[in-house]
Design a protein around this ligand. Structure first.
Ligand code: NAP
Length: 241
């Protein structure tokens, strides 16, 4: 069974991706600081040997090599990695502390780069692998109060494109998914009126749901996507159309 690590899959978009990939036949290793009732329910529903929770605080970047080593020892070769965990810090740049800015950049960019670095070693040995980085439409559209968050998401797109060039000949694909707004804990600061406004402005008059993003990640993990690399796929119900 092919192993796929998904960071930040205890809730939100990551949990949707984990549930879908487990149903598609992958063995999923979920990384997050703590489990959740929704993740526990998904693990039971997926059935024996399909989905595992590995506790990890990815802000603690010095521990990342050890987490990947532990996963490889327990489960064997790593086929896929979905860099999904991220945080947000809303506010005008001048209102954010230096510590907040550094912490957000560390969690949203340094941590997925290190996770990828260590997972890649296992993929190179197998001459096969899939990496999917979660970006955002905010990387290209901009959004009020999201300058640092937007910068980290744009960084993931730059990371995706150059890494795709580095590892393409080794049989490893690297792609990014850029979701529009979905109602998750990350976007919990938005009230009902703001969500309705975002939906109204999209081509389809809707927000996206976790399963929309999960379907695209499932495609990128599938054999049908074996020659797609360095791409950014937007999933936003036409918000940027
Ligand atoms: N929701 C949207 O509208 C939207 C739009 C565009 C892009 N995105 C991107 O999609 C991805 C998922 O977003 P989401 O909305 O699903 O977020 P979410 O609901 O807030 O979930 C974030 C996940 O990351 C984990 N996480 C946070 N900090 C962590 C840490 N230090 N170490 C390990 N895990 C950590 C959380 O678990 P713990 O708290 O237990 O650690 C949780 O599982 C992110 O990359 C986000 O930027 C989201």
């Amino acid at each position: 069974m092919r192993n796929v690590i998904i960071s930040g899959a205890s809730r939100g978009l990551g949990l949707g991706i984990a549930t879908r990939l487990a149903a598609d036949g992958f063995r999923i290793i979920v990384l997050a600081r703590k489990s959740s009732p929704a993740l526990e329910a998904a693990i039971s529903a997926a059935g024996d040997g399909r989905m595992y929770f590995h506790p990890a605080d990815l802000a603690d970047v010095d521990q990342i090599a050890g987490h990947v080593r532990h996963i490889k020892t327990e489960f064997g070769p790593i086929y896929g990695l979905v860099n999904n965990a991220a945080g947000s810090a809303e506010g005008l740049l001048t209102s954010l502390s230096q510590a907040q800015i550094e912490a957000l950049v560390r969690l949203n960019t340094v941590s997925p780069m290190l996770l990828t670095k260590y997972a890649l070693r296992a993929m190179i040995q197998q001459k096969a692998g899939r990496i999917v980085n979660m970006a955002s439409i905010v990387a290209s559209t901009g959004s009020v109060g999201l300058s640092v968050y937007g910068a980290t998401k744009a960084a993931m797109i730059g990371f995706t494109r150059s890494l795709a060039r580095d590892v393409g000949k080794l049989g490893i694909t690297v792609n990014a998914v850029a979701p529009g707004f979905a109602a998750t804990e990350l976007t919990g600061a938005l009230d009902e009126a703001q969500r309705a406004q975002i939906a109204r402005r999209s081509a389809m008059g809707q927000l996206i749901e976790p399963q929309d993003v999960a379907g695209v990640v499932a495609f990128l993990m599938s054999d049908d996507a074996s020659r797609i690399t360095g791409s950014v796929i937007t999933v936003d119900a036409g918000a940027t159309a």
